[in-house]
Design a protein around this ligand. Sequence first.
Ligand code: ASP
Length: 323
Amino acid sequence: MRRLLCFVAAMVVLAAAGAHAQPYPSKPITIVVPFSAGGPTDTLARIMADRMSRTLGQTVLVDNTTGAAGTVGVGRVARAPADGYTIGIGHWSTHVVNGAVYKLNYDLLNDFAPVALFASNPQLLVAKKAVAAKDLKELVSWIKDNPDKVTVGTAGVGAASHVSGVYFAQKISGKVQFIPYRGAAPAMQDLVAGQIDIMFDQAANSLPQVRADKIKAYAVTAKTRLAAAPEIPTVDEAGLPGLYISVWHGLWLPKGTPNDIVAKLNAAVVEALADSTVREKFATLGQEIPPPAQQTPEALFAYHKAEIDLWWPLIKAAGIKVE
Ligand code: ASP
């Protein structure tokens, strides 16, 4: 009996060693998008997944696990096995803002292994076509003349779109009505259909609709105009100086993922960001790609931490909470 047990134990050890010896990746990888399909985060995830799968020699799937401003999907990544087969995509609001707004059951900095920062874009202040305001100043007057009437679409409490809207309302001393969705994609559908009035939305999501003349754009939340849409004024030019918000995206793995796997995935990101087709697609979507020195896991960790240190006090002071 003892011999049999020893034999079984030896087989288990061998099987475990064999499993580890399997070259990574040996099966499809999943990127968990914490917002709905067709939105800005989903769009960027699909561009990356497509190019990374070529480098990795495996399919990279996208899975939309939505809800509560991305906390459901990010939580899923935190609890996933640390084997490199579940990657999380997140951004400024899922990985910074949510820590100040929600009681999270994961630690944003310490429960994840950073892979790379890969793109940043400002937001556009957009409105349904029927809004009469010719420019941002007229838009602000209209909002102030109609307290609690103007509806603002968001991707959930604490989402980038929501936090930007709260800052905006505070800055103009106006009162608006926030309408939460499971992502910017369904919110945009309602904006195009005229069901809601305005929205702060990442350029990646709203630029195609602006170009198709389905919505109006009033300003971009950055110091400089977008190369992809130079006709849209900056917030400074349009009359709301300093309302800068850059929504940056990164990729993370569950904490404890072996370093060689992190390095492989990082290399696949770096290769994707050097690819001219990816760069072109990102440029059309108003995305800025970080310089190579900022594409390392260490750089993502440092930037992530600096953003938390910068924004948490501001968000807490602004009193943004889950209703
Ligand atoms: N990232 C969200 C989405 O993809 C939008 C947001 O945070 O405002 O829908």
